[in-house]
Design a protein around this ligand. Structure first.
Ligand SMILES: NC(=O)C1=CN([C@@H]2O[C@H](COP(=O)(O)OP(=O)(O)OC[C@H]3O[C@@H](n4cnc5c(N)ncnc54)[C@H](O)[C@@H]3O)[C@@H](O)[C@H]2O)C=CC1
Ligand SMILES: O=C1[C@@H](O)[C@H](O)[C@@H](O)[C@H](O)[C@H]1O
Length: 348
C-alpha cells in the first residue's frame, strides 16, 4: 500500500496512489487528468494487456510502473486505489481483484456488460460489508445535467412526465455492434433517466429506422429507444452513432408546468460573411471534459476522506439489467420488461 494506506485513508491528507487499468483512449485520458488537471492523486501504476502501450504511458510519469496484469498493478507498493478503464467485459475480473485487496475503485461505465455479471459484482461488494465502487456515469457531473437535476428535484416546473434525449456520435470505432449501441452508448441515457427522475426503468422498446449508408455493415443506426418508468413516465432516446457531423448530447424534460432542455450550448455564436452559428464538439472527450475532471476529482476527494460516493454498484447493476432488456428488445422488436432484484440494504 502507498502513502494513503500507511497513514490510513480516513481523514488522511496523503496523495492517493492510483493504479489505472487499461491504457487506451479513456485510460490514457484519465492518466493525463490525474497528472495534470486534478489534485490529491498521482498515477502509481498502469496495466494493459498490451505491454508496449502500458510501458509507453508509464515512461512519461515519474514513479509509475507498467504491468500487464491488473492484479500485479494493484499489488504495487505505491497503490491505494484503482481506476478501471479496460473494456466492459474485463471489468468484472478487475473489480473482484480490487475487492480481494479491499481497494477503492472508480470503474468506467458499464459496470459490466450483462446483468448476471453485474449481480456477481454487487454480491461481492456486499460481502465486503461496505461500498468500494463509484461507477463512471460522468454525466451526473456535467454542469447542464446537474442544473436540470436540481430544477427537477425542486419541482420547478411540476411533475416530470417525459424526457426526450438525443445522443449522436460522429462515427463508431471498428467492431462496434448493435449490442454495444445499448451497452456502451444508451447506458448513459439509462443512468440519467434513473438519476434525473429518481425512478427505475420497467420496460424497453427499440425502433430501428432504415439505417444510414454511413453505418458499417450490420449496424442498425440510428435507433429510437423507449423506456417506461416506475413513475409512469415515458422516455425516448434518439441514438445515432454515425451521424458524421460531430458529437451531440441533449436532454429535454417535459413537466406539468414547463419544459427544461440542456445540451444545446454550441459555444460562441458567430456572425460572419456567409455564416452564422456556433460549433459542435467532435467527440465525448471534448463535450464532457469538465464532467470527467469533476468526476475523478470527486472520487479522489471522497476516497481521501475514507468515503465512497457517486453512482454505486446498484446503479451499475440496474443499468445492466435495463441494457439486457434493451438488447433483447432491439433483436425482437418486442416490449421487454426489465427484471430487477430487490435493492439490497447497502444501497438504500
Ligand atoms: N464515460 C465515457 O464517456 C466513456 C467511457 N468509456 C468506457 O471506458 C472503457 C475503456 O474504453 P476505451 O478507452 O474507449 O477503450 P480502448 O479500446 O481505447 O482501450 C481499452 C484498453 O484496455 C486494454 N485492455 C483490454 N483488456 C484488458 C484487460 N483485461 N486488462 C487490462 N487492460 C485491458 C486494451 O489493450 C486497451 O488498451 C470502457 O469501459 C468504455 O465503455 C469509453 C468511452 C467514453
Ligand atoms: O461512453 C461512451 C462511448 O463508450 C460510447 O461508444 C459513445 O456512444 C458515448 O457517447 C460515450 O460517452
Amino acid at each position: 500500500m502507498g502513502e494513503m494506506g500507511e497513514t490510513g485513508a480516513q481523514g488522511s491528507r496523503g496523495t492517493l496512489g492510483v493504479a489505472v487499468i487499461g491504457t487506451g483512449r479513456m485510460g490514457a485520458d484519465h492518466v493525463r487528468r490525474i497528472n495534470d488537471v486534478i489534485s490529491g492523486a498521482r498515477v502509481a501504476a498502469v496495466a494493459d494487456i498490451d505491454a508496449g502501450r502500458a510501458e509507453r504511458l508509464a515512461h512519461g510519469i515519474k514513479g509509475a510502473t507498467a504491468y500487464t496484469e491488473p492484479a500485479a498493478a494493484m499489488d504495487d507498493p505505491g497503490v491505494d486505489a484503482v481506476l478501471i478503464a479496460s473494456p466492459g467485459p474485463a471489468h468484472e475480473a478487475a473489480l473482484l481483484d480490487a475487492f480481494a485487496r479491499d481497494l477503492p475503485v472508480l470503474c468506467e461505465k458499464p459496470l459490466t456488460p450483462d446483468a448476471a455479471s453485474a449481480l456477481r459484482v454487487l454480491e461481492a461488494e456486499q460481502k465486503l460489508g461496505h461500498r468500494r465502487v463509484q461507477v463512471g456515469f460522468m454525466r451526473r457531473y456535467d454542469a447542464g445535467y446537474r442544473t436540470l437535476k436540481s430544477l427537477l428535484d425542486k419541482g420547478a416546473y411540476g411533475r416530470p412526465l417525459m424526457l426526450h434525449n438525443k445522443h449522436r456520435n460522429a462515427d463508431t470505432p471498428p467492431g462496434f455492434t448493435n449490442a454495444m449501441m445499448i451497452n456502451d452508448s444508451v447506458v448513459h441515457e439509462i443512468d440519467v433517466t434513473r438519476w434525473l427522475l429518481d425512478e427505475e426503468i420497467t420496460a424497453v422498446r427499440v425502433l430501428r429506422p432504415a439505417p444510414t449508408d454511413n453505418a458499417p455493415e450490420g449496424l442498425s443506426d440510428p435507433q429510437l429507444i423507449l423506456f417506461e418508468t416506475t413513475g409512469g413516465q415515458v422516455v425516448d432516446t434518439e441514438l445515432f452513432v454515425n451521424c458524421r457531423f460531430g458529437y451531440q448530447v441533449s436532454c429535454e424534460a417535459v413537466c406539468e408546468a414547463g419544459t427544461a432542455r440542456i445540451g444545446d450550448d454550441h459555444g460562441v455564436y458567430v456572425n460572419t460573411a456567409g455564416h452564422w452559428g456556433g460549433t459542435i464538439t467532435p467527440g465525448f472527450v471534448e463535450r464532457f471534459e469538465d464532467a470527467y475532471d469533476r468526476q475523478v476529482q470527486h472520487w479522489v476527494d471522497a476516497t481521501r476522506r475514507g468515503e465512497v460516493e457517486g453512482p454505486s454498484c446498484w446503479d451499475g447493476y440496474a443499468a445492466a439489467a435495463v441494457c439486457e432488456a434493451g438488447v433483447l428488445a432491439q433483436a425482437t422488436g418486442d416490449r421487454v420488461v426489465v427484471e430487477l432484484i430487490e435493492r439490497p440494504d447497502l444501497y438504500r
